[in-house]
Design a protein around this ligand. Structure first.
Ligand SMILES: CC(C)(COP(=O)(O)OP(=O)(O)OC[C@H]1O[C@@H](n2cnc3c(N)ncnc32)[C@H](O)[C@@H]1OP(=O)(O)O)[C@@H](O)C(=O)NCCC(=O)NCCS
Ligand SMILES: CC(=O)OP(=O)(O)O
Length: 323
């Protein structure tokens, strides 16, 4: 395990966070939950029929006795949960619809967090991102002053750490969205002890091409600076100009951070999602996330291609966000 996650484990040693895992039948989830529970770093809350969860754990060969198990069908506060959900959705669902919706484990788990019966949630090993995050967007919602949540990956290889965003949520961000993603990603980077040097990525460097797509990124740089004058941010950059000093010297001489960026903001979800998977699968980086930023309480997604180690690490991050 890299130093980053050892540090997080240490930080959480005295914490008592409860993290919900709605996908209790998934081998990677029960394996990670068993390890987390046994370590005492946090209490995993597994959702589903209790004997089915224990049976699944036996099949996988792990012990879930240190996890909390909650069966929605026997949940004593289900009526209160229905009323709370109807109130939160403000006229968008009836009580009858709410009862149906809350049978979904992601909605149920997200409501446990909203009702402060847990501190955060990790899901998405067996669900698409849309099905994982929609309950959070509808129930947890974004913090005051934040328009949109976005999904960050912390990319780790040995002691190298980079932040990539948005790789998960906003399909076609406009310049305002990109500026907000940059500002939020700088804050998220600090959670991982990365002093943010933000590159706004494009297929063009400092005007080498001109199009609506490149103009969007240039405008996002100005808007981000307006939001936070302290930010170390520049662009538009191609990835090589943002990352490789010799290329930066040719393409972006005089830029404050070209060739030395560590937070990379992609111009679209296509670029971000494809980019992180290439770094992960060809570049040998661990990709932990997507970590959702800007929400009122921590809810994080997994890739369906995740390993149990990824689940373990994302749970540590979720608990740290809840601190
Ligand atoms: C995130 C996503 C599921 C939202 O889509 P959706 O559910 O159709 O969104 P809607 O426009 O119907 O909005 C649903 C609710 O979420 C909110 N919402 C939507 N996008 C949001 C965002 N980025 N941030 C915060 N809230 C958001 C809406 O305001 C709405 O809230 P309300 O019901 O209280 O009014 C969609 O943008 C998506 O599929 N993104 C790509 C996910 C993906 O596949 N990523 C690649 C793999 S990681
Ligand atoms: C983050 C991501 O790409 O998720 P998935 O691989 O499940 O689509």
């Amino acid at each position: 395990m890299s130093k980053l996650f050892e540090t997080l484990e240490k930080k959480l040693e005295k914490s008592t966070k409860h993290i919900v895992f709605p996908e209790s039948m998934d081998e990677r989830i029960v394996t990670a939950a068993s390890k987390l529970g046994a370590s005492g770093i946090l209490t995993p809350v597994l959702i589903g029929d209790k004997s089915a969860i224990k049976h699944r754990a036996e099949e996988v060969g792990v012990d879930v006795s240190s996890c909390k198990l909650i069966n929605p069908a026997e949940f004593p506060e289900f009526d209160l949960m229905v009323d709370t959900f109807v109130e939160r959705r403000k006229g968008k669902v009836t009580a009858r619809e709410a009862r149906e919706i809350l049978r979904d484990e992601n909605y149920f788990g997200t409501m446990l967090v909203y009702m402060n019966q847990a501190d955060g949630l990790v899901s998405g090993a067996a669900h698409s991102t849309a099905d994982t995050v929609r309950p959070a967007l509808q129930i947890i919602k974004t913090k005051a002053g934040i328009k949109k949540t976005s999904g960050v990956f912390i990319m780790v290889r040995g002691e190298e750490k980079y932040v990539f965003a948005d790789c998960a949520i906003n399909i076609a961000p406009d310049s305002q969205d990109l500026a907000e993603i940059a500002v939020e990603s700088a804050e998220t980077a600090k959670l991982f002890e990365v002093a943010p040097r933000i590159a706004m990525l494009s297929f063009s460097t400092m005007g080498s091409a001109k199009s609506a797509e490149t103009e969007k990124v240039v405008e996002a740089v100005s808007l981000a600076k307006e939001k936070n004058a302290e930010l170390l941010i520049d662009g538009e950059f191609q990835f090589d100009a943002a990352f490789v000093p010799s290329v930066a010297a040719k393409k972006a001489p005089g830029s404050v951070l070209a060739g030395d960026a560590n937070v990379f903001i992609f111009p679209s979800l296509e670029a971000g999602n494809i980019g992180y998977k290439i770094a992960q699968r060809l570049g040998g980086f661990e990709a932990v996330g997507p970590i959702l930023q800007g929400l009122n309480q921590p809810v994080n997604d997994l890739s369906r291609g995740c390993s149990s180690k990824d689940v373990y690490k994302l749970a540590l991050i979720t608990a740290a966000q809840a601190e």
